[in-house]
Write a protein that binds this ligand. Sequence first.
Ligand code: FES
Ligand SMILES: [Fe+2]
Length: 448
Amino acid sequence: MSEEVRWARRPFDGHAISVPLEEDQELTHVLPGTPGGEYLRRFWHPVAMSDRLGHRPEPLRILGEDLVLFRDGSGRLGLLHKHCLHRRASLEYGKVEERGIRCCYHGWKFDVDGTVLETPGEPADSDIRHRYCQGAYPVHEVKGLIFAYMGPPEEQPPFPYLDSFDIPDHDLVPYSIHSPCNWLQESENSMDPYHSVFLHGRVNGPQFPGLEHFVELPVVVYHKRAEGFVYSHARRRDDLVMIRFHDHLTPNFAQNGGMFQVLSEPKTYGRTSLTKWVVPIDNTNSRKFGWRHFNDKDEVLRQGNRDEVGWEKVDFYGQTAHRSRDEMRDNPGDWEAWSSQGPINVHRRECLGQTDKGVSLLRAKLRRDIRAVARNEAVTRPVGTPEAPYHTYGGDTILRLPKDNQDDRAMMDRVQRDVAEIYFAADAYEGEDRTDYIKREVSARFCT
Ligand code: FES
Ligand SMILES: [Fe+2]
């Protein structure tokens, strides 16, 4: 067998790489029974927006499984395998009843947990209904998003409640957008702060109002957490240094700093504008679910537009397929970048550099955790309740730090580590006490 050719290494030699290579199946395949698919099934994932669910059962495809979601007459949510246990008619044509759903074909009726409630054509003394269940998954509804756990019941974690679900003065508006590509491509975008410099700044001009300073190459620091990553990146404009924190919980959760910012004066601490998950539909399709956070404190430019947030839309640049082909080519956004990597990006054909550290860290952690699950070992997952939520860090601090004679990039590296220490020390507190601690300490340390 000839040696694998991964790159062209001389001019005019496209021919060297004209034979396609296979994708990294371990990281990208999500179907049931695959290592990646089983790993992903150890987590809760959003699967639907509440306001899309009417009186009919909704067909969904998640992690390569065909499902139906419904809300029965008593208000309970059910997520069942789409094909009826009896002879596999689709339950998307089922009739939702006061309790459960009835298949249209022969009238078998299922509860929200898959229990067979009735088999009306069978003899009265038949025990067939006690011998089987329709495939079902537990669901949990939070602020207009419906989450599901699709792993083995004995591995089910409690639903992880994050502090960003309840930030005072933040109004969470759900949204969801499809991408015709493997889930990892969009998820990696959130671990790649350098793309902002080029995609959102230098190549076609600034794309986000207030974030024009994105054109500067940031100084990036990755602060590892057991459940994933927190990273920060710092950029200077004159005397001001903006330090922006991102959360990235594996496998697929991300939260960044404020949208519609302004870098014109110091700010001790502002919180996130965007909470999101990238959920695999199958190997070559994914759907982002999340919330835009509307608030006046953390989005000082107040250019958000909640009418533009919802199904297949969000109120900032370049996030959907719904622009003209010419517009997309003239000024592509995030959606064009990750979707254009192909249905499944082939990592072996990439040529990673120093700016890809976040992507490499993410892939390495995913691979470790996929292998841990394959060995029946536990993976660290976020734990939180509404009373004691899991702490996240997505947000921004802006400091007045005039340049001095030191190496400025070394100073920005040091300063963001110091600010991160304050953020992490605040973990001793909850809610507003935690925010107050960060503001007080940042102010005492950097704003005297
Ligand atoms: S196929 Fe559903 S009841 Fe027969
Ligand atoms: Fe981006």
